[in-house]
Ligand binder design. Sequence first.
Ligand code: MG
Length: 385
Amino acid sequence: MFRHIIIFGATGSIGTSTLNVIRRNRHHFSVVGIAANTNVEKLAQIAHEFSVPNVGIFDKHAFTGKDSLFKRGTHFFVGEDGLCELAQLSEATAVSMAMAGIAGLKPTMAAIEGKKTLLLASKEILVATGKFVMESARTNDVQILPVDSEHNAIFQCLLGNGNDFIDRLILTASGGPFRNFSRQEMENISVEQALRHPVWNMGKKITVDSATMANKALEIVEAKWLFDVPSDHIDVVIHPESIVHSMVKFCDGSIIAQMCPPNMEYPIANCLFFPERERLAKPSINFAEQGRLNFFAPDTTKFPHLAIIRRCLEADSNACAVFQAANEVAVDEFLNHRIKFTQISEIVAKTLDIYLGEPMTSLKSCEESVIKARSTAKGIAKEFN
Ligand code: MG
């Protein structure tokens, strides 16, 4: 197997893990393109190490005057249009999409139209525009491989099993660092506390989303689109050890679970090598040493995002896009010390009280909902400052 791959979000947490897998399997991959939002210096390092001929930068200003950091003859793709062009590069067979938020939406659509196998890590894209992304993937006969650990687990559980036989998808959640906090204690959670995740090592936004469990709410929507399962057939269970990454319950009562250590290189390697598997032996679970695995029901009063998303999924609109956008604004306010931890979910709920999103008619309607939701959420956040 040999794959020519482009990595969007190459400088972030998922991009770094993707490059770690590729580094130890050089004879299977050629990195033909990399892209990032602003971190030109790190892109230049990666370009040198992996001899990458094509480089994309989303932020034009961050790139100004820095082309000398790269080898002569490097092709540059700047701005959103540039990234879309990069995603369709004829020498690439696969595109890994791991840009933060929905910044990667247009390049993702371009990659699908360019018939590239898509390794999708940016869950916000599916949450906001899943209907249209999946429609386009079907029309263009493009396979989407889920990088998110829970969805990659479900993807593996479903191999050899038809969708017709699914009864329920069971998403596991670590429960984050505040699983055992009282409501009172949650009021005073600092940014530093929220950024310390007990199990997973990830980027800032997703670490806060794990602490509020907004991440799991987003993952319900992500699973609905990826696997075409109605959201009332998708459950969440707390599993603090993060060994079982998710499960599928079939119509005959059998449940299949996927397990591995909590490290993103496992699901990433699964996608990079699919339908084959990485042959390098990696450490795995020793059950005798592990002893026990625990499972609990989530507390939706302490983690309101989980209840709010159910309301969005019932709405006949882009409410999930509104949820996602309002949450992004609220997390940013929290990271900048302008609001309390518990106000993150309050901002999301209040935004949805005011605005449930446009009817889900087109990709354009999703983008409009995101823009309106962001400004509504910003207005609400100001009242909390
Ligand atoms: Mg996940």
